[in-house]
Design a protein around this ligand. Sequence first.
Ligand code: DC
Length: 220
Amino acid sequence: MTKVAIDGPAGAGKSTISKKVASRLGFVYIDTGAMYRTVGLKAVRCGIDTTDAEGVTSILPKLDIDIRHEGVEQYIYLDGENVSDKIRTPEISMAASNVSAIPAVRVAMVDMQRKLAENHDVVMDGRDIGSFVLPDAEVKIFLTASVDARAQRRYQELMGKGEVVSFDEVKKDMIQRDTNDSTRAASPLVVADGAQVIDTSELNLEESIEKVVEYVRSNI
Ligand code: DC
């Protein structure tokens, strides 16, 4: 099985690019951020403070997360409900960042992620895929962009969905999440050994996809 690991900060275009790359290669796309988001949603629904490690850890044994694929689309289910859209709000983004710093949450998610990669050729995106989840991945990419470029993209995405947000708020959240994700003790965001850094600040979506596909094809 061939494994492509794509890591990088929030808003670098990882999900959109990884999905398209998977489709071009005929691989299964796995969005690991969606899993942490779903744990965040569950905690919020249970009224648990997402920074409370003990509280969040207590919901893990009963956690019912299911990943389904239709073509290249990944849908995520919580307790039998399709929550793929509900996990995309700013509130749940921050909840996801908080719960992802909790070691027990990471152990549970990493276990699911490794099982998903066992039987398929995959493009998996996240923060620790090349460094920890799939350290033997054939291809590792660290996709990044300037904080302004990333905040601008996320702002447009949220506005497009009708969310009422300000650019400054989106940028502030992004900086906060960058800090959380790269300074936490458990599997912080790092450039994995052997990863190719691709900066998409100056590239549009099509150019970014082309660049990644080209790199993957020449390395598998
Ligand atoms: O990629 P995303 O924005 O959907 O990820 C949501 C949060 O989950 C993000 O703040 C970091 C965390 N995350 C993680 O810690 N490890 C991963 N493999 C994927 C996401």
